[in-house]
Design a protein around this ligand. Structure first.
Ligand SMILES: NC(=O)c1ccc[n+]([C@@H]2O[C@H](COP(=O)([O-])OP(=O)(O)OC[C@H]3O[C@@H](n4cnc5c(N)ncnc54)[C@H](OP(=O)(O)O)[C@@H]3O)[C@@H](O)[C@H]2O)c1
Length: 267
């Protein structure tokens, strides 16, 4: 059985769903993890289940942007052998702009902050450590199939994931010529049965936890791409979008970026 290429993984957003399942998968694969989220009881339960030799936990809210540099410094000081950061946390909320009086703009801000802006701050904070390592390291982002094809009901969520996808594509391009050996990986889940659609977050949905494919099936399918060393892993509907148009779009992306690099060299 193939193994994951990195040995100590920081999983941000590991208190439930996809992040927790990946953290368990990493441990089953013989790796060590540092799990992060806001729900301390879930973090404690994870460490208790797997043991302190395999799992450490840090309670942190990624929307506190000004605390991110210290968070990264504390983690990399305690874990100098950290070689992979999985940015997986996320929230999803529904909005109906046909009834603008119902829109809580503070929730729009929090969703964008959680799903996009905090990831940019975390990237900037962890990159220096990852770039300094002797062997290959990686940054992994959980975006979404909805980064490629949006759904009107959760329009701000889709915009936040599309922004993240665009950033990740360009980050991979920049790091190719940059210092260090940091691989940039993006995972595009389809709808998966987690707490993302729970009634506690999206009260207009009934049985939200049953929406999408079973979590174990998603983890198995995407794990194959992770151990294979793929840098873009699309499952289900996201894979259909890749085969339908995203590959073509990225072909144009590379053409334009190579052209711009060529122009820059001639200056
Ligand atoms: N499930 C799907 O259908 C689906 C489809 C496509 C993409 N995704 C993406 O997959 C990722 C994982 O979501 P999931 O489906 O596994 O949902 P989930 O079960 O609700 O997990 C979300 C995770 O994000 C963490 N999180 C949220 N806000 C945070 C904050 N401010 N600070 C730190 N951690 C925070 C949560 O931890 P705490 O609440 O403890 O902080 C939790 O661990 C998300 O990026 C989501 O957008 C999910």
């Amino acid at each position: 059985m193939s193994s994951f290429n990195y040995n100590k993984i920081l999983v941000i957003g590991a208190t439930s769903g996809i992040g927790q399942a990946y953290a368990e998968k990493f441990i089953q694969d013989g790796k060590k993890v540092v799990v992060v989220g806001r729900r301390k009881e879930n973090l404690d339960a994870f460490v208790q289940k797997h043991g302190k030799d395999k799992a450490d936990a840090v309670e942190f809210d990624i929307t506190f942007l000004n605390q991110i540099p210290k968070f990264a410094l504390d983690i990399t000081t305690a874990h100098p052998d950290l070689d992979c950061v999985l940015l997986n946390s996320g929230i999803q909320r529904a909005f109906d702009f046909s009834k603008p009086e119902t829109i809580d703009l503070s929730v729009i801000n929090t969703e964008l902050l959680t799903n996009y802006t905090s990831f940019i701050h975390l990237t900037a904070a962890f990159l220096p450590h990852l770039q300094k390592q002797q062997s290959e390291t990686s940054l992994i982002y959980t975006s979404s199939g909805l980064a490629l094809v949006p759904v009107a009901r959760v329009l701000n969520y889709c915009a936040s994931k599309a922004a993240l996808h665009s950033f990740v594509l360009c980050l991979r391009e920049q790091l190719k010529d940059g210092a260090g050996n940091v691989k940039v990986i993006e995972i595009f889940p389809p709808a998966v049965q987690t707490e993302l659609h729970d009634e506690k977050h999206q009260p207009d949905i009934k049985d939200g936890g049953k929406i999408g494919m079973p979590l174990d099936d998603f983890i198995e399918q995407s794990w194959a791409g992770l151990v294979n060393g793929d840098d873009q892993i699309a499952v289900g509907m996201a894979e259909t979008a890749f085969n339908g148009f995203e590959n073509l779009r990225q072909g144009i992306f590379h053409k334009i970026n190579n052209m711009i690099k060529g122009v820059a060299k001639r200056d």
